[in-house]
Design a protein around this ligand. Structure first.
Ligand code: TUI
Length: 308
């Protein structure tokens, strides 16, 4: 499937792996890139030396294009943004903020920049600042989310900007990809499906939770902190949600409980105090497969439906 996104990024399929903090490291990213998509390494709030090493290891594992996600709420964002230039990263996606202040330097370095946008207004601003594409991310996504749904957001962003639009949130198979293309998207970003991949390095308990999740096993917590997050509905997530709803946890106490919670989920598989960030489509993800099969199945499924 050739679109402006495959042309822009030099990849075979317009499928981008989500830049999931703590999850998206070089093994997963290189596997997705070797499969013909675009793998991403997540900068998250990692130290600069960690990200440098991950970029170098990824280069050893793939000769195909891959990218880095810069989480803009990270205290290290300035350093990680510069590191990407120094290490010759070709593709950057951003999340959780406006990357405007880095755009000139990234463009000067020839980097393809694709910010995640939760609204039409930000999509327009990003186009004006020189973004090569935008990722319109609906509230079905895992982790830190906006309010708009993928179904509503994508066509509105497509109408508002000239640059290509990548759809994200709630897409995990060929049907989802085809639907996104019918809304005008020219690529998809997929996170949750890759959590249940052989190459994904998360704790086995996390993979089991994804595979066993039903349609209703998903919950958004932390709206009152200003940083709503979509998670798998574990006992811990329900405790946070109840505390938020009933006012028994102040926003400060909530923040305190969730410091380090993503690490506890990804690294330790700790269901008592970990936050298992995951998209709303996890109910449809029932099997662990390798990234090559996942990418090909999604692309072929979409192609068939779109009768390309
Ligand atoms: O960034 C994500 N998903 C994430 S980041 C993350 S790590 C984290 N840790 C602590 C607190 C919050 C997050 C886990 N999941 N997705 C992309 C995304 N970007 N979703 C929403 C946004 C967004 C929100 C506001 C992008 C831009 C924005 O702009 C506001 C402004 O400054 O105009």
């Amino acid at each position: 499937m050739k679109t402006r996104i495959t042309e822009l990024l030099g990849c075979e399929y317009p499928i981008i792996q989500g830049g999931m903090a703590w999850v998206a490291e070089h093994t997963l990213a290189s596997a997705v890139s070797n499969a013909g998509g675009i793998g991403l390494i997540a900068g998250g709030s990692a130290p600069i030396d960690y990200l440098r090493e991950q970029i170098r290891l990824c280069k050893e594992k793939t000769k195909k294009p891959f990218g880095v996600n810069i989480m803009l709420m990270s205290p290290n964002a300035d350093d990680l943004a510069q590191l990407c230039i120094d290490e010759g990263v070709k593709v950057i996606t951003t999340g959780a903020g406006n990357p405007g202040k880095y755009m000139a330097a990234w463009k000067e370095a020839g980097i393809k920049v694709m910010p995640v946008v939760p609204s039409v207004a930000l999509a327009r601003r990003m186009e004006k600042s020189g973004a090569d594409a935008v990722i319109a991310e609906g509230t079905e996504s895992g982790g830190h989310i906006g309010e708009n749904t993928t179904m509503c957001l994508v066509p509105q962003v497509v109408d508002a900007v000239e640059i290509p639009v990548i759809a994200a949130g709630g897409i995990a198979d060929g049907r989802g990809m085809a639907a996104a293309f019918m809304l005008g998207a020219e690529g998809v970003q997929i996170g949750t499906r890759f959590l249940a991949s052989e190459e994904c390095q998360i704790h086995p308990t996390f993979k089991e939770l994804v595979i066993n999740a039903k349609d209703t096993d998903n919950i958004v917590t932390g709206r009152y902190t200003g940083h709503p997050c979509r998670n798998i509905k574990t006992k811990f997530a329900k405790k946070l949600a109840t505390g938020e709803k009933e006012g028994t946890l102040s926003p400060e106490e909530f923040e305190q409980l969730t410091v380090g919670a993503l690490r506890r989920a990804v690294v330790d598989g700790d269901v008592e105090s970990g936050s298992f960030l995951c998209g709303a489509i996890s109910g449809m993800v029932n099997e662990i497969k390798n990234c090559a099969d996942i990418v090909k199945e999604i692309n072929d499924g979409a192609e068939k439906l779109l009768k390309l």
